[in-house]
Design a protein around this ligand. Structure first.
Ligand SMILES: NC(=O)c1ccc[n+]([C@@H]2O[C@H](COP(=O)([O-])OP(=O)(O)OC[C@H]3O[C@@H](n4cnc5c(N)ncnc54)[C@H](O)[C@@H]3O)[C@@H](O)[C@H]2O)c1
Ligand SMILES: [Zn+2]
Length: 344
């Protein structure tokens, strides 16, 4: 949606698609663990596995996969990290999986074979959103008894809720502005729900936690959060891509000394970032593209054992030729769309 909505600029043509499974058609000469006919799921981050950063467990910072734009300083339109499938030239300009076929660079380090007894749908979300939700909970060291609040009941937030229970959370709360998504969080994630279009979510969380605030608050919304016209104008004037509205809410309803995991994507510098509040409350914040390579094998085992199910978020299995319709309903949140899966 960041490309569709113009939140991340892309000037030339690119095939989008982070999350895909497929059948190997051919392999390059350095690939030893895969052969034609294998069914695979592929991490959305592209990493070489051999450079300084990859060797230190940082595939999202691979220094090799995004030669044109990778860099250390970090910046809005330069100095990015590893390449990502189907996610603008700044992230490598690599074609993604919304296609009949896709080239997988560094497949020896990325692609994972799928056990025969698992369906495509059961493993598809190992490519990105399940590791993302899992990491958001692990980053905060959740061990049992915590209250975990998740802003955003889209696919990513739903995965974080599932992961929170599996780490022993005592309460899991979902926040959203769209009622059918809140209902899904209640139904498939047994979450308590706060409708931020009806009530102030910060007040609600503080009240639910005896005035203390939540132990872990996860931002699974990002810069595309719903915002009013005035804020749109202000964001435009500050040359900001989207808004940090949810960051303000998240920092306000986490307990002092608590944890914040930012999965939601942010693309530039933002005015009025709550640095003083971060310092004053002593919050631990982690953010970033999630290193799928570090989690996928452990999570594949949990999926294979039936400990975690993710295919229950799929609302729209569609043909690849319906992709235009799919983008429209996912973006406009029509037809109770939560997750589209495209079949070529
Ligand atoms: N860090 C990572 O590696 C990683 C991985 C997966 C997804 N993401 C990011 O996570 C974000 C969410 O992804 P998604 O696929 O679930 O998207 P999505 O658009 O389906 O979900 C976002 C949800 O946030 C809700 N929302 C909007 N404004 C809100 C507000 N003010 N308060 C509460 N909820 C609000 C929307 O109604 C929607 O249900 C995106 O920014 C995506 O790029 C990051
Ligand atoms: Zn590397």
């Amino acid at each position: 949606l960041h490309l569709y909505d113009g939140l991340f600029p892309q000037f030339g043509r690119i095939i989008p698609g982070h999350e895909f499974v497929g059948i190997v058609q051919d392999v390059g000469k350095e690939i030893s663990h895969l052969k034609r006919g294998d069914r695979v799921v592929v991490p959305y981050n592209i990493a070489c596995g051999r450079c300084f950063q990859c060797q230190r467990g940082q595939p999202t910072a691979c220094q090799v996969s995004n030669p044109k734009y990778s860099g250390t300083k970090g910046g809005t339109f330069k100095d990015k990290g590893a390449a990502i499938f189907g996610y603008t030239d700044y992230f490598g300009g690599v074609s993604g999986g919304q296609a009949e076929a896709v080239r997988v660079p560094f497949a020896d380090y990325g692609a994972r074979k799928i056990p025969d007894h698992l369906s495509d749908e059961e493993v598809l979300f190992l490519s990105e959103i399940l590791p993302a939700g899992w990491a958001a909970v692990e980053w905060a060291g959740v061990r049992g008894g915590e209250t975990v609040v998740v802003f955003g009941c889209g696919p990513t937030g739903l995965m974080a809720m599932k992961a929170a229970w599996l780490h022993g959370a005592e309460r899991v709360v979902g926040v959203d502005v769209v009622s059918y998504r809140l209902k899904m969080a209640q139904r498939i994630c047994q979450a308590e729900a706060i409708d931020a279009s009806q009530t102030d979510p910060v007040d609600a969380v503080i009240e639910m936690t005896d005035g203390r605030g939540a132990d872990l608050v996860i931002d699974a919304v990002g810069m595309e959060a719903a915002r009013g016209m005035l804020e749109r104008v202000s964001n435009l004037m500050h040359l900001q891509m989207g808004t940090i509205k949810v960051i303000h809410d998240v920092f306000s309803c986490v307990r002092r000394g608590g944890f914040v995991s930012v999965l939601g994507t942010y693309g530039c510098e933002y005015a009025a970032f709550p640095l003083g509040q971060w310092f004053d409350k002593g919050i631990t914040v982690r953010a970033g593209q999630v290193p799928v390579h570090n989690y996928i094998d452990e999570l594949m085992k949990l999926v294979a054992k039936g400990k975690i199910r993710t295919e229950d978020i799929i609302t729209h299995p569609l043909r690849l030729s319906d992709v235009g319709h799919a983008y429209r309903i996912f973006s406009a949140k029509e037809d109770e769309c939560v997750k589209v899966v495209l079949h070529p």
